[in-house]
Design a protein around this ligand. Structure first.
Ligand SMILES: Cc1cc2nc3c(=O)[nH]c(=O)nc-3n(C[C@H](O)[C@H](O)[C@H](O)COP(=O)(O)OP(=O)(O)OC[C@H]3O[C@@H](n4cnc5c(N)ncnc54)[C@H](O)[C@@H]3O)c2cc1C
Length: 390
């Protein structure tokens, strides 16, 4: 189905992104998978091409382009021609904006230029061994010691955790359940340690790590945004995070679909191609239909987001639907590949394992359903309050 949201300059950018991935990312994918981490140089190369933090002001070295469609294009092209473990988007559009929107001029001048050039890699650390979906369970603590905060605690499952030079860390600064604040931790700070690169089911080239904070003296200048407003600041960025996810999961589904179209038209059984079986044609027709319908919704969300009016529940619907769709599509695609689909050398097998995380991180499917249910007036907490008042 034709898409109507892109202009000529977007298509030119798409060509540039595609050739960047084909030349600078794809050739390294196998090695990155084996080493469990992408080369730092990949960030530097992306920086040279002006593809990192494109939204940042020119005074910091950015392009001043906040149009989300450019990031959408980067996401779509990396799924087809790059390596999904290269988390450029997490760096650029998920973590960078914390500094871009919450940072003071001095903080932006200090941190943004090297993030834009790719010299510094970004990560965000929210999750802890005892707190994932429920951020009110965060135990990492930052105590005000006058001229600095003293940070103690640990984080887990942090993407870019090994590579990151700058980590936005969420820590408790008051005992109220929402008493959280954001801090910028920098590589080399005393007491800031990294655990091992965690072994995962998929996303093999992506480094995911534990982080430890043992009496880290965090200077006051590294508090990001207002003290004790961390919970609300996190919520502010979640709609965009979920839209980024939706774009990515749908693009991953498209990549699996393309690989399966090709495979099923070549592979033969019982004197015909796999694609000739009615079951295959119907499965592919169903997948094509669902992906087109999803794309229309996602594109609409992208335009709404550009206009500053993307509702949190619509971002949640996009994330929920696209991650569940990616799971169905990649599962069907493995099935249509037969035994080859289970073999690591076939991209579809990796797409299947990579996809398993999409329904868990960036807010699980269950949390997305909670948000959507509340948006249609089904909120047991509100009901309990009104029952009590009555
Ligand atoms: C590969 C990978 C990369 C990650 N990257 C990052 C990162 O960069 N930074 C970061 O901070 N975190 C990151 N995470 C952590 C991720 O965001 C969490 O795993 C996710 O939020 C779920 O939290 P949890 O694992 O603690 O699961 P839990 O919160 O323990 O959830 C367990 C199950 O219970 C369900 N559940 C929880 N609450 C409810 C509810 N209210 N109603 C119904 N069901 C519920 C969940 O949906 C899930 O099915 C990453 C995780 C992985 C695996």
């Amino acid at each position: 189905m034709d898409r109507y949201i892109f202009e000529e300059e977007h298509e030119m950018f798409r060509d540039a992104a595609r050739s960047f991935y084909k030349n600078e990312v794809l050739p390294h994918g196998e090695r990155w998978r084996e080493q469990g981490i992408v080369d730092r140089e990949a960030f530097l190369k992306a920086g040279e091409q002006g593809m990192l933090l494109m939204w940042a002001d020119e005074e910091y070295g950015g392009a001043g382009v906040s149009d989300f469609r450019y990031e959408q294009i980067l996401i779509e092209e990396i799924a087809k021609h790059g390596d999904p473990g290269f988390f450029m988007t997490l760096h650029s559009r998920l973590v960078g904006p914390y500094i871009g929107e919450l940072g003071t001029d001095a903080q932006k001048a200090r941190w943004l230029p090297k993030c834009i050039s790719g010299e510094h890699v970004l990560a965000v650390a929210i999750t802890e061994p005892g707190a994932g979906s429920d951020v009110s369970g965060i135990r990492t603590k930052a105590e005000d010691k006058g001229d600095h905060f003293l940070l103690n605690g640990s984080k887990t499952f942090i993407s870019n955790g090994i590579l990151a030079d700058i980590v936005v860390v969420v820590a408790r600064t008051s005992s109220s359940s929402h008493g959280l604040s954001l801090f910028v931790l920098e590589r080399g700070m005393e007491g800031f340690e990294r655990g091992k690169n965690l072994k995962k089911m998929g996303m093999k080239s992506q480094d995911t790590a534990e982080l430890f904070f043992n009496n880290v003296k965090v200077p006051k200048e590294n508090l990001l945004g207002e003290l004790n407003r961390g919970f609300y600041q996190l919520m502010h960025f979640l709609a965009e995070e979920r839209l980024l996810g939706a774009c990515q999961y749908l693009a991953n589904a498209e990549a699996a679909f393309d690989a399966t179209m090709e495979y099923t038209q070549e592979r033969k059984a019982f004197g015909q191609t796999i694609a000739d079986f009615q079951n295959t044609r119907f499965k592919l027709a169903d997948m094509r239909t669902e992906m087109d319908v999803a794309q229309t919704f996602v594109d609409r969300c992208v335009l709404d987001h550009n206009d500053g009016k993307l509702a949190a529940e619509d971002a949640a619907k996009a994330k929920l639907f696209c991650s569940e769709l990616e799971a169905r599509v990649t599962d069907n695609c493995v099935q249509l590949h037969g035994g080859n689909g289970y073999m690591d050398e076939y991209p579809v097998s990796r797409m299947y394992t990579n996809a398993r995380i999409s329904r868990i991180y960036a807010g699980s499917s269950e949390i997305m359903r909670e948000i959507i249910a509340r948006s249609i007036g089904l909120d047991p907490r509100k009901k309990a309050k009104s029952d009590k008042a009555a």
